[in-house]
Design a protein around this ligand. Sequence first.
Ligand SMILES: *[C@@H]1O[C@H](CO)[C@@H](O)[C@H](O)[C@H]1NC(C)=O
Ligand SMILES: *[C@@H]1O[C@H](CO)[C@@H](O)[C@H](O)[C@H]1NC(C)=O
Ligand SMILES: *[C@@H]1O[C@H](CO)[C@@H](O)[C@H](O)[C@H]1NC(C)=O
Ligand SMILES: *[C@@H]1O[C@H](CO)[C@@H](O)[C@H](O)[C@H]1NC(C)=O
Ligand SMILES: *[C@@H]1O[C@H](CO)[C@@H](O)[C@H](O)[C@H]1NC(C)=O
Ligand SMILES: *[C@@H]1O[C@H](CO)[C@@H](O)[C@H](O)[C@H]1NC(C)=O
Ligand SMILES: *[C@@H]1O[C@H](CO)[C@@H](O)[C@H](O)[C@H]1NC(C)=O
Length: 802
Amino acid sequence: MMPGWLVAFLFTLLQLSAGANHSTDVITASEARYLDLDDALTWLGSTVVDDLVPITGPTRQLQQLQQHQQRSATSRTSQRAVEKRCRGTQGSWCVGYNSQPPAPPPRPAPRGNRTCPRNCSGVGNCNHDTGTCDCPAGSQGPDCGSVLLRPCTTHFRHRGDVPAGHIDAEGRDLGLTDEGYTESRCTGICDPVTARCFCDGKYRRVNPPPGSPPGTPAPVRGRPLPNHVCQVSDDGKGNKLEWGQVPWQQIYGPDGWCNSDKPVINCGCMFDGFSGELCDEVTETMCPNQCSGHGECDSGFCKCHAGWYGTDCARKAAGLRTEPGLHETGSRPWLTDTVRVSPEAALAAATTATTATTGAAVAGTTEASSKLAATAAAAAGAAGGGAVARKRPLIYVYDLPPAYNARMLQYRNDRGLCTWRTFGSGNASETFGWTYGLEVLMHEMMLQSEHRTFDPDQADFFYVPVYGSCFIYPVHCYADGPWWHVPSGPRVMHVTNMMLEVRDWIRQHFPFWDRRGGRDHIWLMTHDEGACYAPTEIYNTSILLTHWGRTDPSHTSNTAYTPDNYTQEFLHPQQPGGWLGRIAGHPCYTPGKDLVIPALKLPPHYSASPLLFHPPRHRPTLLFLRGDVGKTRLPNYSRGIRQRLYELGKLHDWRSRYAVLIGDGSDVPGSYSEQLASSRFCVVAPGDGWSARMEDAVLHGCIPVIIMDGVSGVWEEQLALARASVRVREGELEGLPERLAAIPERVVAGMQRRLRRFWHRYAYASHPLLAKQMKEVIKRNVEVWKVRGGGQQQQPHNDDND
Ligand SMILES: *[C@@H]1O[C@H](CO)[C@@H](O)[C@H](O)[C@H]1NC(C)=O
Ligand SMILES: *[C@@H]1O[C@H](CO)[C@@H](O)[C@H](O)[C@H]1NC(C)=O
Ligand SMILES: *[C@@H]1O[C@H](CO)[C@@H](O)[C@H](O)[C@H]1NC(C)=O
Ligand SMILES: *[C@@H]1O[C@H](CO)[C@@H](O)[C@H](O)[C@H]1NC(C)=O
Ligand SMILES: *[C@@H]1O[C@H](CO)[C@@H](O)[C@H](O)[C@H]1NC(C)=O
Ligand SMILES: *[C@@H]1O[C@H](CO)[C@@H](O)[C@H](O)[C@H]1NC(C)=O
Ligand SMILES: *[C@@H]1O[C@H](CO)[C@@H](O)[C@H](O)[C@H]1NC(C)=O
């Protein structure tokens, strides 16, 4: 329930209580007071499902809701349950959400009947609402009938729309020893659609011949030759290549990676869909909500089955019969942990699985159709469509053109980037701790949520799923395109331009932006400096979700990474006015309008936390910070805070005098999770922008020491953090351990108790795969209790380096 309405954390614990019987027994039996047993039992026994993220800029519906609440007195018992549920929260958002009357029951998603030019050439999906084609990588145009290339290259174009390439008709570099370097440069066969590099030689890739229609599959997939890892350093004829790292022999010799089944080196599979020792195993790839089971996933783009449409193929065109999804038929059992169909989509499918209907009937406005819907609701519930009674807010998720999200995934050259999950060998789900993974997870949670509505007229909010962080890395500058709108320039500038383009697309196709000036639109900006460089026209009205709560109105970029510096102007013939004017005049975060939400931390990241039922530790460390302390950074990294702490610690011998651990992995080796679980206070300081230190601290029950002036921490306005954390001014770091050590034990215990009331609001666990992971971690931890409390046998997770 963490970004409030989204994460049904309790659901996972409820499942646990049914399965792992001994957990509470063991904990009761132990003397440990750390786990607040009352709280744990409350969670385990609670039936409440989720919360509302507090949102201002009230819509008509929310205003009505508040009026209703003032009128109707809730019964005492449910009121108590709500109070309990909302402990540790601040303001009225939680109580308001939990005591609202039920929202109108879900109605079957409407089914569009518009058709598209040339059926999108059989390559893309026809969006039957708008009558426009969604085209995957490799194709473009109103009917997806034109080729869209992204070839490997030596340089970027200066103007125009045609990407510069440097490969021949088969995909080979036109001159290996030519100067010029981009990330996509390839010493094998380049896939000109995605700029991914594959082997030449025996295990070479064969691309479709030039002139093939878009979407023609490659006759031979080939063995990956991932660009970062295995480009050759000579051409085999004694000529040196400046940009490769691996001797030609190791790739193209008889025992080389591209020629042998027992190669002398292994370059790894890296690309989505490739697995096995020699990368010849075909696996399922990752797509948002795995195409709802109604499409074939192509590394991010869902090619929907006939008649289905939308980013996640959630709906079928009017008048067509629906059929069960791939996750339901048993043909792809590995999809069951990843596909969830939201109730309205499930209803629409169930309604017509039995009865072929017309567009009018499925619109759900007539009495007959509500009856039908009621029958279908039961079917949808049984089919895993989720609970039917639901609460507001209802959220409409735009099916944006793939260029702004799905195609970005197709362009990623490493399956562990941009996303938090995909499939590995045997199609087993894999997860990744990718820093910006929330971009895909949030989109998936929105697509799957019972709060999702397909009816924009009854929507309280509109979610705009733009993948800006995925663009920033790894897509930007990898090959010559995509650009918004000019080649080169700071990578954050492209995100600004992209968001404006998306806003314009929305205005062109829907009336809902203009209806409230964008006030009910939600955008997520996960990158380091959050929404600092959001276009002012969007920031001024829309709701921004970010991890970076910087509030000063006239700010300058503080990144130590130059391409992300949003304070540098960039002029270009196609952008003569520059871009700084487009982002000027707003802070990075406005309390009351925007939200600072937690970064994604997978349950294994905090596996040693007592909050996941690991036997508690004594917390001998007074103050803890492990990570980059700026040893090799520009001075403004972390605003200099981490560096000063590090220096002060050394100067005053904080370590031996006060048990303060501050440093990077070489200074403080060991399991990161165990260290956090062994510390009383944990530093929350910036990195290049945000750094997930608040999450790390709270998820381990460590009291956050927030050191960032004018920057709100995660949920700082929504939770009673002031009484569960310490704020220290940036200029007052001297003597910090003395001050922390002087806090009375009673006060410390009170803070720890309060943290335990809301730590779960920093955990993402509603996605079925995450719920499963969390359950597994808890189960393992409960085993530790059974063996003997206080075990140390957790696998270390040393992912502290952001
Ligand atoms: C819970 O424990 C009781 C007593 O030990 C046992 O009979 C029961 O089967 C257990 N339930 C589950 C779900 O493990
Ligand atoms: C398509 O749907 C719209 C809206 O439901 C309806 O007014 C129109 O008659 C339908 N057109 C066809 C050809 O079915
Ligand atoms: C387009 O696709 C629909 C169903 O997917 C089919 O009925 C129709 O014949 C196709 N039209 C053309 C022109 O191919
Ligand atoms: C994994 O999924 C892919 C795509 O659906 C399929 O081609 C492949 O056979 C599957 N592998 C296994 C082991 O089931
Ligand atoms: C954004 O809001 C500020 C402050 O209200 C205002 O001065 C500015 O003109 C607005 N800019 C745009 C582009 O809407
Ligand atoms: C960002 O760029 C501006 C303009 O070049 C420069 O003045 C500023 O120092 C840079 N900021 C950082 C943090 O490097
Ligand atoms: C470094 O950070 C400080 C404090 O945030 C700021 O005042 C200063 O302008 C920054 N310097 C650069 C070069 O950005």
